[in-house]
Design a protein around this ligand. Structure first.
Ligand SMILES: N[C@@H](CCC(=O)N[C@@H](CS)C(=O)NCC(=O)O)C(=O)O
Length: 256
């Protein structure tokens, strides 16, 4: 079974390209991912490309000023979008399932059909019970009222995953190694420590409440694909704090 090494199989990554730019030349046979550095959905696809060691390039898109050529590739104008020899595919879960089928090594879903269905179901559960809410909180732009209304809903979602990890009694949802479910939910796991820094609310989501999930987060940070794409909490905080002022710092360096 092949696992990704420490070096990400990304051969090129552009600054975020805006309207009026030219699409970088496409190299025949190369998988390309149109992305945005701070998009959790695009991160899903990048995690799978990296975990499966699929050689790819990344063309980053300025989502505030989308290039005309990008809208021709994806009428929804959203990242992630995959391109392979003139063919295009979008929607994070669709692209990740495609990558799993087209590049089966290492397998990221359980073999058993029922277990695979369960993992897919849990991804959907995370989408609506955790990801959706977390997206709202981190983009609340300092509005404490919005924050306090939404924060009460997150523990209910996280509780389901704490229980699931307890039931599975494994390091990762995928067992001894991260699987598709781990990678699909990680982009929001990476943002949980951001809440504390953004809102200074230590009690909102704590290790005491969610011991299994917190230890899962620590283990995820050791995974080579996660490490290669990791963005630290301080960098997210800077990105999210500037956003409400109309400053989208897509290209900023990581905050040390
Ligand atoms: N359901 C989509 C969501 C993707 C998405 O919303 N991406 C955001 C960036 S995080 C985007 O491209 N937004 C641009 C827009 O909506 O105009 C997926 O899973 O891929």
């Amino acid at each position: 079974m092949r696992r990704s090494g420490a070096i990400a199989p990304c051969v090129m990554s552009t600054l975020h390209l805006a309207a009026g730019s030219k699409c970088p030349p496409y190299q025949s046979g190369m998988m390309r991912c149109y992305s945005m550095k701070y998009c959790p959905y695009a991160k899903r696809t990048l995690l799978i490309l990296t975990a499966k060691n699929i050689k790819h390039d990344i063309v980053n898109i300025n989502l505030q000023s989308k290039p005309e050529w990008f809208l021709e590739k994806n009428p929804l104008g959203k990242v992630p979008t995959l391109e392979l020899d003139g063919r295009l595919m979008y929607e994070s879960l669709v692209t990740c399932d495609y990558l799993e089928e087209a590049y089966p090594d290492p397998p990221l879903y359980p073999r058993d059909a029922w277990s695979k269905g369960q993992d897919r179901m849990l991804i959907e559960l995370w989408n609506s019970k955790v990801a959706f809410i977390l997206n709202k909180i981190v983009t609340a732009g300092g509005d404490r009222e919005v924050y306090s209304q939404i924060i009460t809903n997150i523990p209910e979602g996280l509780e389901l995953f704490e229980t699931e990890l307890t039931k599975r009694n494994t390091k990762y949802f995928g067992g001894a190694r991260p699987g598709m479910l781990d990678y699909m939910i990680w982009p929001w796991g990476e943002r949980i420590p951001v809440l504390l820094l953004l809102w200074g609310d230590e009690t909102a989501i704590s290790k005491r409440q969610f011991p299994k999930l917190f230890s899962w987060m620590e283990c995820m940070k050791e995974d080579p694909a996660v490490k290669a794409l990791y963005i630290n909490p301080k960098t997210y905080v800077k990105y999210y704090q500037d956003r409400p002022n109309g400053l989208f710092q897509f290209d900023m360096e990581q905050v040390p």
